[in-house]
Design a binder for this molecule. Structure first.
Ligand code: 7ML
Ligand code: ZN
Length: 855
C-alpha cells in the first residue's frame, strides 16, 4: 500500500491554538523569495504542550519565540511539519523561510505566471509559503508587506486595503495591505506584476462606494469590459436577492494565464484563469461570455458564502461550494433564460457527475475520507452539492429559503461552520423538518426512482406509485432512503390542462391518488427537482405528448432526449436498425412549432457521447460513436429542406437583442452540424467560416468541418492559426479542434502538436486543450480498440505527475471510470492504470485515485 494516509471527518478536533494576527513580509525574487511571518498566538487548551505547524517545500531560515531565537534542538522539523514545544499561553512567533516560485510548476502556493508572481492557497497551498496552522477553522487578521523590484513589478497586491507604500533602495518598492476580516489561510493572496488596469466603481445599496479593479496582461484592456459588467451585475443581484452587500472598499480581480482551476475567491483579491476574464466578440464564443459572467458571479458570491461564513474543515467543502454554485446558477437563470440555463446545468450533471458517482471515486457531497484534498473539488461536491441546496430551496420555497439564509448569516457571520449548521438554520427559520433530508450529505451514488401509474376509468382515479432504489456501493453497502422532492405535472391530453404538484417522497415507496377526468400523461421531475435517475415505462407516444404539452421546459426537453436515447441505444446494438418515421415527424414539428431559438437548439441537439455512456451499461464506445453519427446523418437526410430553411432564417436573422442573437447563433450552429453531414452542403460551412465576425460562428464552422472534407478543414485551420497565433486563449481552441479530428493519423498529429514551440505541458490551459480535448472531443479514437488512445493519455499523466499533479489527477478521470465500457476496453484501461501506478514518485493525488480504481 501507499506511503500516504487518509484523513477522516470523524477524527475532527478543534485547534489547540488560535492565531490572532499574521504579519507577513514577502520579498519577491524568482528563485529565492524570502518570507518573514510574525504570528501572535494564543493557547486554547490547558493540556497543549507543543504547536505543530504545517509546511511543505520550504527552506527554514530561522525561528524566534517571544524574541528569542530557537536553536535546532528546540524544535522538530519534518517534510510536512514544524513542531515547537510551548509553555506560554500567549506568545509571538517569527518564522523566516525561503521559497522558489520559479521552480513551482505545481502552481500551488507562490508561483510565476509568465512574468507575474501569483498565489493559489486553497485548499492547502499556504503551507508552501510559510509554516502555519493551515486549516480553515483557524482564522486570523492578515497584514502583508510585499517588496519587489519597481520596474518589473509596479503593482504589488494582497488582501484588504492598502495602508502604506514607499520606495526602498536599489530599485525596490513596497506596498503594505491590511485585511480587517479574520480569514483562514486558504483565502490569502499575493500578486505582483506589470498589468493594464481597468478601473470602475460600484455604489452599494447602503451608499458605500467600492473601487472595482481588474488587472490584465498589457494590451488586453478592452477584453476586460465584459468581466467588469458581470461583476457589477453580480453585486446588484446579491443585494436584490439576498440583501448581501460587499464589505471592503476595494474589489480586485487579476487574470493570469497559468492557473490550475477556474478562479479563486481570495478576500478582496480574486485570481482568475484568464479564460474566465478576457473576451471580445472576435475572440470569444457566446459560451465563453456566459461562463465568464457565471465564474465572476461565483467568486463574488463566495464573499458571503465562503469568506464571511467559511468551512470548519475541508470535509465541509460543499457548505461553500454547493451553495455558491446554486447561487451562481440562480443568477445566470435570472440574467438569461431560466429553462435553457437549467437544462444546461442538468446536462453537465448527468453527463459527468452521474459518471463520477458510479465510479471508484464516488463520494457523498460531504466526503468522509480524504487522502489529497485537491481530489475533492469534484462535480459531486459542486454540482450535486448545488442540487442538494436547490432541493432545500424547492422544499422551503423562495421566501423560506431567504429566511433560512438570513438566519444562517445572523448565526454564523465570521465563523467556520459545518453543513449541518447550514441545514439547521434552514430548518429553524422555517419550521420545516429536514432531519431525514440531511442524509443527502452523507450518502453517495445516484438514487433511482421507479414510477408506476394506474388509471381507473370508472372511478376516474389516477394512482401514482413512486419508490426509491439505491444501488449499494463498495464503501456504502447499506444505503438509506432519502427525502426527495418530486415535482410532477399531470397533463390532461384532451383538455390540454396542466396541473403541477410537489410530492415529497420520504420512504421506500409511496402512493398518491388524484381524481382526473381523463387518463393523464405524467411528467415527472419537473425542473429536475432532484438529482436522480427515473425509471418509468412511458411510451414514445406519451413522451411526445409531454414534449408538446408540458408547462415545464425541462420536461419537454427531457422527453425528446428520452426518445433520442431510445433510438441511439437501438442503433448502438444494430447500426442498421430502422428509425420510425414518427420520430422524424416529431422533430419536424419541433422545428416548425417552437418559437424560442435557444430552446429549439437544445431540443435538436442529440444526447452527447458522455450523456449516453451513463445510460448504457458496458457500452462499446466505437458502436456508440457510430450510432450517434448514423442518427445525425438520418436526421439530416430526412429533414434536409427544413433544416436548410432554419439555417437560412438564422443567417438572415437580425435583432438588437443580444440574447436573441445568442439564441440564433446557437440554432444556426446546430443546424449546420446536421447539414454538414450532407456532402452537398459543404460550402455552407466554408461560407460561414469566412463570413463570421464572431468566434461563435467561426468555431461552429470549424467544428462542422472536422467531420467533413479533410482538405477544406486543413485550409480553414491554417487560416485560423494565421489569424490567431498570438492570442493564447484562441490558440487553446485551435489545439482542441486539432485534437478532435477523427482520423486514423490522429496519434501522429498529437505528437506533432506537442512538438510545437507554442505547446507546453507546464501551462494547464494548453495541456488541457490538447489532452483533455482529445479525450472528450474525440471519443472514437480515445476509445479506439487498439488501446492507443488510453496509452496516449497514460503517457501524458506520467509526464504531468512530475510537473503538475493536480492537472494530472483531473485528466485521469476517464481512465478510472473504466466500468462504463465493455470488458475489452476495461482491460485496456486497467493495463494503463497499472502502468501509471508503477511510476516512481507518484503524487498523492494520483495514488489516491489509482488505489480506489484498482482495489
Ligand atoms: C466552480 C473552482 C475551483 C475548483 C473555483 C477552485 C472556486 C476552488 C475555488 C464554479 C465556477 C467557477 C469555478 C469553479 C471551481 C473547481 C471549480 N474556491 O471558487 O470554487
Ligand atoms: Zn467556488
Amino acid at each position: 500500500m501507499s506511503e500516504f494516509t487518509a484523513r477522516y471527518l470523524s477524527d475532527y478536533t478543534a485547534s489547540e491554538f488560535a492565531i490572532k494576527t499574521v504579519n507577513l513580509t514577502v520579498t519577491l525574487s524568482n528563485a529565492a523569495t524570502h518570507v518573514s511571518s510574525e504570528l501572535t498566538i494564543e493557547k486554547l487548551s490547558d493540556t497543549a504542550s507543543e504547536l505543530t505547524l504545517d509546511g511543505e517545500h520550504l527552506i527554514l531560515k530561522s525561528i524566534s519565540l517571544d524574541g528569542k531565537t530557537l536553536s535546532k534542538n528546540e524544535y522538530m522539523l519534518s517534510d510536512t511539519t514544524l513542531v515547537i514545544p510551548v509553555s506560554q499561553n500567549q506568545f509571538t512567533l517569527v518564522i523566516e523561510t525561503e521559497i522558489n516560485p520559479e521552480a513551482n510548476t505545481a502552481l500551488e502556493g507562490l508561483f510565476k505566471s509568465g512574468d507575474a508572481f501569483c498565489t493559489q492557497c486553497e485548499a492547502e497551498g499556504f503551507r508552501r509559503i510559510t509554516y502555519y496552522l493551515d486549516r480553515p477553522d483557524v482564522m486570523s487578521v492578515f497584514t502583508t508587506k510585499v517588496i519587489a523590484d519597481k520596474d518589473a513589478y509596479p503593482y504589488l497586491l494582497s488582501n484588504g486595503n492598502k495602508i502604506e507604500e514607499g520606495e526602498l533602495g536599489e530599485g525596490q518598492h513596497y506596498v503594505t495591505w491590511h485585511d480587517p476580516f479574520p480569514k483562514p489561510a486558504y483565502l490569502f493572496a499575493l500578486v505582483a506584476g506589470d498589468f493594464d488596469l481597468l478601473s470602475d466603481s460600484y455604489q452599494t445599496s447602503s451608499g458605500r462606494d467600492v473601487a472595482l479593479e481588474i488587472f490584465v496582461d498589457k494590451g488586453n484592456l478592452p477584453k476586460a469590459e465584459h468581466a467588469m459588467a458581470s461583476l457589477k451585475h453580480s453585486m446588484a443581484w446579491d443585494e436584490k436577492t439576498f440583501g448581501l452587500e460587499y464589505d471592503l472598499d476595494i474589489y480586485m480581480i487579476v487574470a493570469v494565464d497559468f492557473f490550475n482551476m477556474g478562479a479563486m475567491e481570495n478576500k478582496g483579491l480574486n485570481v482568475f484563469n484568464s479564460k474566465y476574464v478576457l473576451a471580445d466578440k472576435a475572440s470569444a464564443t457566446d459560451t465563453d461570455y456566459f461562463n465568464i459572467e457565471a465564474v465572476i458571479a461565483h467568486e463574488y458570491f463566495h464573499n458571503w458564502t465562503g469568506n464571511r461564513v467559511t468551512c470548519r474543515d475541508w470535509f465541509q467543502l460543499s457548505l461553500k461550494e454547493g451553495l455558491t454554485v446554486f447561487r451562481d446558477q440562480q443568477f445566470s437563470a435570472d440574467m438569461h433564460s431560466k429553462s435553457v440555463t437549467r437544462i444546461q446545468n442538468v446536462k453537465v450533471l448527468r453527463a459527468m457527475q452521474f459518471a463520477e458517482d458510479a465510479g471508484p471515486m464516488s463520494h457523498p457531497i460531504r466526503p468522509e475520507k480524504v487522502m489529497e484534498m485537491n481530489n475533492f473539488y469534484t462535480l459531486t461536491v459542486y454540482e450535486k452539492g448545488s442540487e442538494v441546496i436547490r432541493m432545500i430551496h424547492t422544499l422551503l420555497g423562495a421566501e423560506g429559503f431567504r429566511q433560512g439564509m438570513d438566519l444562517y448569516f445572523k448565526r454564523f457571520d465570521g465563523m467556520a461552520v459545518t453543513c449541518d449548521d447550514f441545514v439547521n438554520a434552514m430548518a429553524d427559520a422555517t419550521g420545516k423538518d429536514l432531519t431525514l433530508f440531511k442524509r443527502w450529505y452523507a450518502q453517495s451514488g445516484t438514487p433511482e426512482l421507479i414510477v408506476e401509474q394506474n388509471y381507473d376509468s370508472v372511478s376516474k382515479r389516477f394512482d401514482l406509485n413512486i419508490s426509491q432504489f439505491h444501488r449499494p456501493s463498495d464503501n456504502q453497502p447499506n444505503k438509506h432512503d432519502l427525502h426527495i422532492p418530486i415535482r410532477i405535472e399531470l397533463i390532461d391530453p384532451v383538455t390540454e390542462e396542466v396541473t403541477s404538484k410537489l410530492l415529497e417522497l420520504t420512504s421506500a415507496s409511496q402512493s398518491w391518488s388524484f381524481s382526473c377526468t381523463h387518463k393523464p400523461v405524467v411528467a415527472v421531475l419537473a425542473d429536475f427537482s432532484a438529482p436522480v435517475k427515473v425509471r418509468f415505462d412511458q411510451s414514445n407516444e406519451e413522451l411526445s405528448q409531454i414534449l408538446t404539452l408540458a408547462d415545464d421546459y425541462f420536461c419537454r426537453w427531457d422527453a425528446a432526449q428520452k426518445i433520442m436515447q431510445h433510438h441511439l441505444k437501438r442503433l448502438t446494438i444494430d447500426i442498421t436498425t430502422d428509425i420510425p418515421t414518427s420520430f422524424f415527424e416529431m422533430l419536424s414539428r419541433c422545428i416548425s412549432d417552437i418559437k424560442d431559438n435557444a430552446f429549439k437548439a437544445l431540443l435538436l441537439t442529440l444526447p452527447s457521447f458522455d450523456e449516453m455512456v451513463s445510460q448504457i451499461e458496458q457500452v462499446n464506445a466505437t458502436s456508440l460513436c457510430a450510432a450517434i453519427e448514423q442518427l445525425k446523418q438520418l436526421i439530416a437526410t430526412q429533414l434536409e429542406s427544413q433544416l436548410l430553411g432554419v439555417y437560412q432564417q438564422c443567417e438572415e436573422f437580425q435583432s438588437v437583442d443580444e440574447g436573441e442573437q445568442v439564441a440564433n447563433r446557437s440554432l444556426q450552429n446546430v443546424s449546420l452540424s446536421y447539414l454538414s453531414a450532407i456532402t452537398a452542403h459543404e460550402e455552407l460551412t466554408e461560407k460561414q467560416y469566412y463570413k463570421a465576425n464572431n468566434m461563435t460562428q467561426a468555431l461552429g464552422a470549424l467544428t462542422a468541418a472536422i467531420k467533413q472534407n479533410t482538405s477544406m478543414f486543413k485550409v480553414l485551420m491554417s487560416d485560423f492559426e494565421n489569424q490567431w497565433r498570438d492570442t493564447t486563449l484562441v490558440m487553446d481552441k485551435w489545439f482542441t479542434l486539432s485534437a478532435s479530428v477523427p482520423n486514423d493519423d490522429i496519434y501522429g498529429q498529437l505528437t506533432a502538436l506537442m512538438a510545437r514551440d507554442d505547446f507546453s505541458m507546464n501551462n494547464p490551459n494548453r495541456a488541457r486543450s490538447l489532452v483533455g480535448g482529445f479525450v472528450t472531443q474525440n471519443p472514437k479514437y480515445f476509445h479506439c480498440e487498439s488501446g492507443r488512445g488510453y496509452q496516449f493519455l497514460a503517457d501524458r499523466i506520467v509526464e504531468l505527475n512530475k510537473i503538475n499533479p493536480q492537472v494530472a489527477s483531473r485528466l485521469i478521470t476517464p481512465l478510472i471510470q473504466f466500468k462504463e465500457f465493455d470488458v475489452a476496453r476495461q482491460n485496456l484501461m486497467k493495463t494503463e492504470l497499472q502502468r501509471i501506478q508503477k511510476t516512481p514518485e507518484l503524487a498523492r493525488d494520483l495514488v489516491e485515485k489509482l488505489d480506489a480504481a484498482l482495489t
